[in-house]
Write a protein that binds this ligand. Structure first.
Ligand code: NAD
Length: 489
């Protein structure tokens, strides 16, 4: 497997256009399903971060002055490279994180569209210029400088693109720290980054959160912090930003409601889509539709069909094209998910699943049976982000009560609504406190539609043209044709 995907034996940080390490420490990337070592990675520390930030700082004036059309062309070249390497990159991610190759290929296709989207969006992201009496008023868009970016492991290709594309398009230079559980495809991307961008424009330092991550967060030359990950670490990043008064954008967790009205047209399609919403990415998606609100009128029929779908989902090796659900990323995640399942078994009704599954040849993998619980919105499994294929089904009859419960979690990232009644859809979309609402099709991601959360799900929006606002600031330049008449005689 290692030979097929062309993995290197050791991966180093990308600093100033070179693959180099200052730290002498390393850690292993392991195959999530088999436990086999895939490669060794430099465990970047404060010295690597300092060198990377210095490289980004010295590259900034040149990159900021690079015409936007040229920045845009380089982002298209990056997208081309991912397109040419997509099969290999998808397998690397599947081995590294345990998700299926079908899913990880979709990740890379989303990444490609992000590079192309921001290549185009940057061209139209301008300030303004207004004639005023006796002169001109100009609002200029300027990049911020060196951006520090930290990402999680669940969808590494998407997270890398969500961070690199807008920051580079807007004229910033950056240092990115991938997650220690899922660095490989980003480190492979460094081959292209080093070829395509001027030295120092993009720097990548792998390592641990409390080491490389903390050093990047605290670095005095970093002018903006962009983070995706848990709410717990998001708060640490926000505090660090507050201490240095630099802007911080945060994409955090979710516990999204998926609401089924009794008036749906096609029950089986909705059942299927609700199962997809809960199990795509093995449930390891901040967007997953993990709380399914079923109306009383269709509850029993829906739940029985849903159980059938969950029981038909094939669990298997992430690199087998027939597999629908691979394994979780690590033992830590596996034990965490099983702990939630144990707590669900105590206070809720287990409908299907609920155990670790074994896959021959992949005995090291933390495979979890697709799991459904009937519960109420106050249970631990309904309130907390599990990050595994575990769905909480909640019965509803009273609309206002259901809306209150749908909004009754710390998060507000996404929500689904299934109805054939346009007024129900619109009214419910208005009342849900979530950044993305999908009517009749969960995970209906459309390039350019804002992506981000209410309250505990974060601050800021990615995936859209407005993201460029987060990576620039406005400068007001007011020009008078001449000095005003004397005021003092
Ligand atoms: P995490 O917060 O533990 O780690 C995320 C990143 O932060 C990693 O790179 C880690 O090394 C780094 N980190 C950890 N401690 C740090 C510290 N003290 N200082 C600086 N960096 C530190 O999150 P995770 O468990 O890897 O990822 C899962 C979480 O990410 C879930 O909550 C999920 O919902 C969220 N997520 C959100 C989105 C979104 O766009 N809203 C997308 C994907 C994942």
């Amino acid at each position: 497997m290692k030979v097929d995907v062309g993995l290197a034996d050791h991966y180093e940080p990308l600093i100033g256009g070179k693959r180099m390490s200052i730290s002498t420490e390393a850690f292993d990337a392991v195959n999530a399903a088999t436990g086999a070592r895939l490669a060794t990675i430099t465990r970047g520390g404060a010295d690597d971060i300092n060198a990377a930030v210095a490289a980004a700082k010295s590259a900034f004036p040149g990159w900021a002055a690079t015409p936007v059309a040229q920045r845009s062309a380089l982002l298209h070249r990056l997208a081309d490279w991912v397109e040419e390497n997509i099969d290999r990159l998808a397998v690397i991610d599947a081995m590294d994180i345990g998700r299926t190759i079908g899913e990880t290929a979709i990740d890379h296709r989303i990444a490609i569209s992000q590079y192309r989207f921001f290549a185009a969006a940057a061209v139209t992201h301008t300030g303004w210029n207004n004639p005023v009496p006796g002169g001109w008023a100009i609002a200029k868009r300027e990049p911020l400088g060196v951006v520090g970016q930290i990402i999680p492991w669940n969808v590494p290709a998407i997270m890398t693109a969500f961070k690199l594309a807008p920051a580079l398009a807007a004229g910033n230079t950056l240092v990115l720290k991938p997650d220690e559980n899922a660095s490989l495809s980003t480190l492979e991307l460094c081959v292209a980054l080093a070829e395509i961008f001027p030295p120092g424009v993009v720097n990548v330092v792998p390592g641990m959160g409390t080491e490389a991550g903390a050093a990047l967060t605290a670095h005095p030359d970093v002018e903006k912090l962009a983070f995706t990950g848990s709410a717990e670490v998001g708060r640490i990043i926000a505090h660090a930003g507050a201490d240095r008064l630099v802007p911080v954008s945060l994409e955090l967790g979710g516990k999204s409601p998926n609401i089924v009205f009794p008036d749906i047209d096609d029950l089986d399609r909705v059942v299927d889509n609700a199962a997809f919403a809960a199990t795509y990415c093995n449930g390891q998606s901040c967007l997953a539709g993990t709380r399914l609100f079923l109306h009383d009128d269709l509850y029993d029929d829906f739940l029985s069909r849903l159980t059938g779908v969950f029981e038909r989902i094939t669990v298997g090796s992430p690199v087998d094209p027939a597999t629908r659900l691979g394994c979780l990323v690590s033992q830590t995640q596996g034990e965490r998910v099983l702990d939630f399942i144990a707590s669900g078994k105590e206070d809720s009704n287990l409908v299907t699943g609920g155990s670790r599954a074994t896959v021959p040849g992949s005995e090291a993998g933390w495979f979890i049976e697709p799991t459904v619980f009937e519960t109420d919105n106050t249970s631990r499994i309904a309130q907390q982000e599990i990050f595994g294929p575990v769905l909480s089904v909640i019965r509803w009859r009273d609309y206002d009560e259901m809306i209150e419960q749908a909004n009754g979690v710390d998060y507000g990232l996404a929500a689904g609504v299934y109805t054939s009644n346009l007024a129900h859809a619109m009214r419910t979309a208005d009342r849900l406190k979530a950044g993305s609402i999908w009517v009749n099709q969960y995970f209906n991601l459309v390039d350019g539609s804002p992506f981000g959360g209410y309250h505990g799900s974060g601050i800021g929006r990615e995936y859209c043209a407005e993201t460029l606002d987060m990576y620039t600031q406005l400068k007001s330049v007011v020009i008078a044709e001449q000095a005003p008449p004397p005021m003092f005689g």
